[in-house]
Write a protein that binds this ligand. Structure first.
Ligand code: UD1
Length: 310
C-alpha cells in the first residue's frame, strides 16, 4: 500500500487532505510542528502517524520522508501580514523547510511531491483572470517565499528528476480554518465576529476582490496533481474562476448567519493584492479539475461548522 506524507497535516488544508486519504483507506503520515496546526484537527482520524517536529531541520525532513511514496507539502506559515512583520521566521518555514523536504524526498525516492503554492505570487497583474503564464510580481515576503518554493520544485524536477507539481491556492476557506489569530483568513474572522455579534473589520474600502475557494476543491485538485502523468513539473491555479469583493462577501455572510452588525473600516493592509481571480483552464485541461463546491454552498457549510461549536 502506498504511504502518503502530508506536511502541515494537522493544519486547516492539510487535515482535509489527511481526512480524504484516510477515508479512502490509504496509509498517512503527518509532519507538523503544531505552530498553527492542532492535534485536535486529526483526533477523529484513527491510524494517522503524526510526527511532531520542524521541517527546517534536515534530519527531521529525512526521518519523515523515509519509506514515503507521495508527499503533499502543505506546511507553511500562511499569512501575508505575518510575513510583512516577521519575514525571517516565515522564510524559514516557507523556503528552508521546502528545500529540506525536496532534498529528503529526492533521496528517499519519493514518486511525486505536490506543493502548496499561492495566488499571491501574481501580485497586482493588469489583467484578470490570472493565468499561470503571466509574469509574477510578489508584493510581500510571503508571496515571494511561496514563489521561490514552487521554483525550487520545478528546479528539482529538471535537475534531479524528482516529480513535482504546484497548486496555486486562491484564498481557501472551510471548516477547521482557525479564526483565533489576527493573521487568520478573512472568512473565518468574519464568521466568528458575526456569530459573536461583533463588528468585523474591513481593511480598506472592501472593494478588493478574491476568488474564495472551498477547501474540498483544492484537495481534489491536489490529489489529481499527484497522479496525472502530465502534471509533473507544472504549476496550476486551483480555484473557482470567479471573484467577489469583501463587501459582497460580508453581505452574503450576514444573510447566512442572520447577523445584523455593520463592518468597521480601517486602513488597507501592507502587501495586500487588490484583485484576485483564477483562470482555471489549465487545471481543467490537464488535471480534469472542475469546481466541486461553489462559493455559496461552501460558505453555508462553513457557517454551519462554526455554528455547531466547531
Ligand atoms: C493571501 C493569498 C492567498 C494565501 C493567503 C495566506 C492573495 C491574493 N492571496 O490571501 O493565496 O493563501 O494569503 O494567508 O494574495 N481582510 C479584512 N479584514 C480582516 C482580514 C482580512 O478586510 O479581518 C482583508 C485583507 O486585507 C485582504 C482580504 O481580506 O484584502 C483577504 O485577506 P486574507 O484572508 O488574509 O487573505 P489574503 O491576504 O488575500
Amino acid at each position: 500500500m502506498a504511504l502518503y506524507l502530508v506536511t502541515g497535516g494537522a493544519g486547516f488544508i492539510g487535515s482535509h487532505m489527511v481526512e480524504a486519504l484516510v477515508g479512502r483507506g490509504d496509509a498517512v503520515r503527518v509532519a507538523d510542528n503544531l505552530s498553527t496546526g492542532k492535534r485536535e484537527n486529526l483526533a477523529h482520524l484513527p491510524g494517522v502517524d503524526l510526527r511532531v517536529g520542524d521541517l527546517a531541520e534536515l534530519e527531521f525532513a529525512r526521518e519523515v520522508c523515509d519509506g514515503v511514496d507521495y508527499v503533499l507539502h502543505q506546511a507553511a506559515i500562511p499569512s501575508v501580514p505575518r510575513s510583512v512583520s516577521d519575514p525571517i521566521t516565515s522564510n524559514r518555514s516557507n523556503i528552508d523547510a521546502t528545500l529540506n523536504v525536496l532534498v529528503a524526498a529526492r533521496d528517499a525516492g519519493v514518486k511525486r511531491v505536490v506543493y502548496a503554492g499561492s495566488s499571491s505570487a501574481y501580485g497586482d497583474t493588469p489583467t484578470l483572470p490570472k493565468h499561470e503564464d503571466m509574469p509574477t510580481g510578489p508584493l510581500s515576503p510571503y508571496a515571494l517565499q511561496k514563489l521561490v518554493g514552487e521554483q525550487y520544485c520545478q528546479l528539482f524536477t529538471r535537475l534531479y528528476g524528482l516529480e513535482t507539481a504546484t497548486i496555486r491556492y486562491f484564498n481557501v476557506f472551510g471548516p477547521r480554518q482557525d479564526p483565533s489569530s489576527p493573521y487568520s483568513g478573512v472568512i473565518s474572522l468574519f464568521i466568528r465576529a458575526l456569530l459573536e455579534g461583533r463588528a468585523p473589520t474591513i481593511h480598506g474600502d472592501g472593494e478588493q476582490t478574491r476568488d474564495f475557494t472551498y477547501v474540498t476543491n483544492v484537495v481534489d485538485g491536489a490529489f489529481r496533481a499527484l497522479v496525472v502523468p502530465e502534471a509533473a513539473g507544472k504549476v496550476f491555479n486551483v480555484a473557482t474562476g470567479g471573484r467577489i469583493s469583501l463587501n459582497e462577501l460580508l453581505d452574503t455572510l450576514k444573510r447566512l448567519t442572520g447577523a445584523k452588525v455593520e463592518a468597521t473600516y480601517g486602513p488597507s493592509r501592507a502587501g495586500d493584492v487588490r484583485d484576485s481571480q483564477a483562470d482555471i483552464t489549465r487545471a481543467r485541461e490537464v488535471l480534469g479539475y472542475e469546481t466541486l463546491v461553489g462559493l455559496e454552498e461552501g460558505l453555508r457549510r462553513t457557517v454551519l461548522w462554526f455554528e455547531n461549536g466547531r
